[in-house]
Design a protein around this ligand. Structure first.
Ligand SMILES: [Fe+2]
Ligand SMILES: [Zn+2]
Length: 379
């Protein structure tokens, strides 16, 4: 193999050519930064020891040699690195098709059926839990069914899949009809699809809602794929979408002891230009205070988005069963409920907040991605 490997020292990059397959190109600074020797890495963890900013700007190889299975570089900073060809190929960034994209989300509409999972299979860990995490990653929503209808069970469940994030509400928040309650959720009114806690600069990215009793007439649950609604708006009216990424909206939410407040655009994009965070909470938005000429364009954009979200094309409506535990990705999927009639039956929900990253951290372990990144050095 080494004989057939052609190595070309270019001005700032190394060109690696095999008889077949694409040509690969690596910057010298990138290669030097990713040296796998014991001096450059903590051996037991693969964490970097080399200080990236200490690499000289004029770093380049004195020599590069092809050897069995890889290459050896002697650098002009008197250092030696080896790289296996397998590692270089796996980490090649010079092919557009190989650049790491965000993991795919599957967008859905009003005809979507929320995936359901058995409680025992999820709390057991293993394949059942992985399937649940996969659904939350892909669809942003899942139901765990037959969760014991015992107060506090939602917190016990939360501990098996991540960590509870405490917010201004109680650690385990109760939702039932309460004429003294501090939040619209404590009334029997309809709750339009919304995201929770927009009044935090980082709203909780997972919400668990456990239905201890859902026997009152009405009170059907509603979920909407917010990212799908935004994709439709972006397609139909890119200017309106853009306005929603830019116009700051203040939000306030209070409990008996705390008053939370944040200002943020409804839509925040990630480094890839795709939606990362979506705030949609009609009930918690305070009066906007923005450039005078932006007021009507903002309301026009909001109206167009609100009509998409509040349409039958977008809303999945279902009556949750006692023991259902609904999981939603709080930066993506909106939740709501139809009005219910007090006095027609018990209605008691408990919810906790969590973080999507913690879900994905456990998922990576279940996927077998749990060890230090494999070494790129030649063995
Ligand atoms: Fe809510
Ligand atoms: Zn090194």
């Amino acid at each position: 193999m080494s004989k057939s490997l052609e190595l070309t020292l270019e001005d700032r990059t190394l060109l690696v050519t095999k008889p077949t397959g694409p040509q690969r190109r690596f910057h010298y600074v990138w290669l030097r930064d990713n040296c796998w020797c014991a001096e450059c890495r903590v051996e037991q963890t693969a964490e970097r020891r080399l200080l990236t900013w200490s690499i000289p700007q004029d770093i380049r190889p004195n020599t590069v040699d092809a050897v069995e299975g890889g290459i050896v570089i002697d650098w002009n900073d008197q250092h030696r690195s080896t790289f296996s060809l397998d590692w270089l190929e796996a980490n090649d960034y010079s092919q557009a098709s190989l650049k790491r994209a965000r993991e795919q989300a599957t967008l859905w509409g009003g005809d979507f059926e929320v995936p359901r999972f058995a409680h025992e299979s999820v709390v057991d860990g293993g394949a059942g839990q992985l399937a649940y995490f996969n659904a939350v990653q892909e669809f942003g929503v899942a139901i765990v069914e037959s969760v014991p209808t015992v107060p506090g069970e939602v917190e016990r469940f939360a501990k098996t899949v991540g960590h509870v994030r405490e917010v201004a509400f109680e650690r385990v928040h109760n939702v039932y009809h309460d004429p003294e309650g501090y939040n619209v959720a404590h009334t029997p009114l309809e709750l339009k699809p919304h995201s929770d806690m927009p009044s935090y600069h980082w709203p909780p990215s997972i919400q668990l809602l456990h239905f201890l009793a859902n026997d009152a007439d009405g009170g059907e649950s509603v979920v909407v794929d917010g990212w799908h609604a935004l994709a439709k708006l972006r397609e139909a009216n890119p200017d309106a979408f853009e306005i929603l990424t830019r116009v700051p909206v203040p939000y306030q939410l209070f409990s008996e002891d705390e008053d939370t407040y944040a200002v943020a655009p409804m839509v925040q994009l990630g480094h890839d230009g795709e939606v990362a965070t979506f705030r949609f909470s009609n009930q918690l938005a305070l009066p906007i205070s923005i450039d005078f000429e932006m007021v009507e364009p903002f309301y026009d954009a909001y109206r167009e988005l609100g009509e998409i979200i509040d349409s039958d094309d977008a809303k999945v409506v279902f009556k949750a069963r006692n023991g259902d535990l609904l999981t939603v990705h709080g930066h993506r999927v909106l939740h709501g409920r139809m009005p219910f009639i007090p006095g027609t039956g018990a209605r008691h929900l408990q919810d906790v907040y969590m973080e999507f990253d913690d879900f994905m951290a456990k998922r990576r372990v279940l996927m077998g991605i749990h060890k230090p990144m494999s070494s790129g050095a030649l063995r």
